[in-house]
Design a protein around this ligand. Structure first.
Ligand SMILES: *Cc1c(COP(=O)(O)O)cnc(C)c1O
Length: 410
């Protein structure tokens, strides 16, 4: 077999991504090795997906065990792994029914189709308005990108689905002004992830819940990024004292195996009757068995409380780096979804941190041009946190030294 090289990415893959030069070939826990054998600490977690790090033994043994039993049947046939996972999700959350799919965008798509269908069934076709928020991210299908609040992401893809309005995030007055009996659903992230790790204020989510109740509208939470232990609770809305009618979950749900799910109350779910929606792969036995194994590890006090402890360690370290180099204005988010807002002189340049970190052996994320984002494994060892912070400090030191040099030359 001929060797695989980075240039071939541009030769054979569509140009919608722009990955760096590094090609990882192996991972273990929160460490990753590239083609050249260089080792990295992983603070990126595959964008909040690898909740148990890389090749967690419980997931590997479940996957290999299931691989020797049954891979796929389609949804014409019921399987044990799907029923078992649905039961776990219902027992641990507000939900009473589950629909399985393969990604976050599909989970959002099903959530909104269900909301529309439910309102159409119960109140007629006029109650179709979906309220969404500026800068929100809900996926890349045409419906999910249309509820998303980043106009760039839907430019040139029209005509777009209608009946969607966007309001400013965390603005209760705007929400109250826009609400009416024509509202079918409000879709919101408890923490806007892609938009820069922006926390919803409790009073904002509570106002959504109250207005939905007053107007017979459905509250749809997009917990694709915040769910499955990421914030130190199984789902982030548990911090806010609100309960949705419908919830989309994915990313960490499969611990790295593709799966998504839409969760709902039995009352709302009853509108998704036979023939209304479906997915060939959704509820696939491999995906569901891995997700169930991940769920059993994550939904324990040790792991969930550990998230809060690890957050403290990381935030302390990041604050220390920032107080030495003055690179971060604030550190926000919850649990192990961490957003470091860069200070004034670094605005729009978050990507430079990503690159410098990679050169120092550390994988980070960004969320827009102003925020360095961390979404590591929920069980990242303390030694890896320490090592990762050291590498981050040397990356930041390098960036700042280069900046000073450039300033003194000019
Ligand atoms: C990642 C993400 C999605 C989309 O998930 P995909 O699996 O990429 O389709 C939707 N909503 C939120 C909040 C996300 O972070």
């Amino acid at each position: 077999m001929s060797t695989i090289e980075r240039e071939q990415f541009d030769q054979y893959m569509m140009p919608n991504y722009a990955p760096g030069d590094m090609i990882p070939v192996r991972g273990s826990g929160s460490r990753v090795w590239d083609q050249q054998g260089r080792e990295y600490v992983d603070f990126a977690g595959g964008i909040a997906v690898n909740a148990l790090g890389h090749v967690h033994p419980a997931l590997v043994s479940t996957l290999t065990d299931q691989a020797g039993k049954l891979w796929h049947t389609s949804n014409v046939i019921a399987t044990e792994p799907a029923i078992a996972l649905a039961r776990k999700l219902c027992e641990a959350t507000f939900a009473e029914r589950v629909f399985f799919c393969n990604s976050g965008g599909e989970a959002v798509e099903a959530s909104l189709k269900l909301a529309r269908r439910y309102c159409s069934d119960h109140y007629g076709p006029k109650k179709d308005l979906i309220i969404a928020f500026d800068n929100a991210f809900h996926g890349r299908s045409l419906f999910s990108v249309s509820v998303g609040g980043q106009p760039d992401y839907r430019a040139g893809f029209g005509p777009l689905p209608g009946g969607i309005t966007h309001l400013p995030f965390n603005d209760v007055a705007a929400l109250e002004a826009a609400f009416s009996d024509n509202v079918c659903a409000v879709i919101v992230e408890p923490i806007q992830g892609e938009a820069g790790v922006l926390d919803a204020e409790p009073r904002f989510l509570q106002a959504i819940r109250r207005l939905c109740d007053q107007h017979n509208a459905l509250m749809v939470l997009d917990e694709v990024q915040t769910g499955v232990g990421r914030t130190g609770k199984l789902y982030a809305h548990e911090w806010y004292g609100v309960v949705p009618d419908i919830m989309a979950t994915a990313k960490a749900l499969g611990g790295g195996f593709p799966i998504g799910a839409t969760l709902a109350t039995a009352e709302v779910a009853s509108s998704l009757v036979v023939g209304t929606h479906g997915s060939t792969y959704g509820g696939n036995p491999l995906a569901c068995s891995v997700a169930a194994a991940a769920f059993d590890v994550i939904n324990t006090p040790e792991v969930l409380d550990g998230v809060t402890h690890r957050r403290m360690l990381l935030e302390d370290g990041l604050q220390k780096i920032s107080s030495r180099f003055d690179v971060f204005e604030t550190i926000r988010g919850r649990g192990l979804l961490i957003g470091c807002v860069v200070s004034e002189s670094w605005k729009g340049r978050a990507r430079e941190f990503l690159q410098a970190a990679q050169d120092a052996g550390l994988m980070l994320l960004i969320a827009g041009g102003d925020v360095v984002r961390l979404a590591p494994s929920l069980i990242i060892p303390e030694a890896d946190i320490t090592e990762g912070l050291e590498r981050m400090e040397s990356a930041v030191a390098g960036l700042c030294a280069a900046e000073q040099k450039a300033a003194s030359v000019s």
